[in-house]
Design a protein around this ligand. Sequence first.
Ligand code: ZN
Length: 247
Amino acid sequence: MSFTARSEHLSFNRLTTAGFSHAVSNRSWGSLNPFVGYNFISRLEANLDAGSKPLAERLVLPEEIHSARVHACVSSDGGSIRLGVDALVAVHPELIAIIYAADCMPILLADDKTGAVAAIHAGRRGLLSNIVDNTMAALTANASATPSTVIVALGPALRVCCHEIREDIFPELEKAGWMRYVQERDQRYYLDLVGGCRDALIAAGIAHSQIEDCEVCTYCDSRFFSARRRTADDERGASFAAMISAR
Ligand SMILES: [Zn+2]
């Protein structure tokens, strides 16, 4: 069951070519934080054509607590928020797996062989705790996906141009083997979250050529919401969303 974005959005050639309904919203849709205000569903409805089943019955959201936990959706999960997780695996085409973010990276994965999908809320803490590995394992175990046929889309995120970090997180990065993703410029330190994420995907068996990166930095590109660049006009917790459904 497909869905179509009616409004301006970001999409990925690889996912489109493989026939996966997906979209990344931008500022023009309004903020899509499900925990702030009561506009989440109405804003999505205004910008998406969800087909014959009501959108509110198709959506599945992770709570997003910067964990590395993954939920494998069952068909009755439509219209729910899965607590305590940051990634979803979905095999039922009527479900729309959706991630909300503002600087953390939404990652959309789709297995071209089985039609199964996954969506990850990838921030520093989740990535350091191996959320990419966990999601690939869940996609393999619950949806019979194989890494060689999985396509990956890397969404807008705070990139190394703008992701300044403080030295007090160095021990945490060191422990996870992530110091190689730290860059120094003018005595300031920046984290290449996307580089770390890409390497985790490749380590999980995804070919470099199967990864499509939109290359958008949320701080540099004001079409997207950014927690670090939040303006006075933005709502509390202003977020954009990335969504995908199984084929
Ligand atoms: Zn930037």
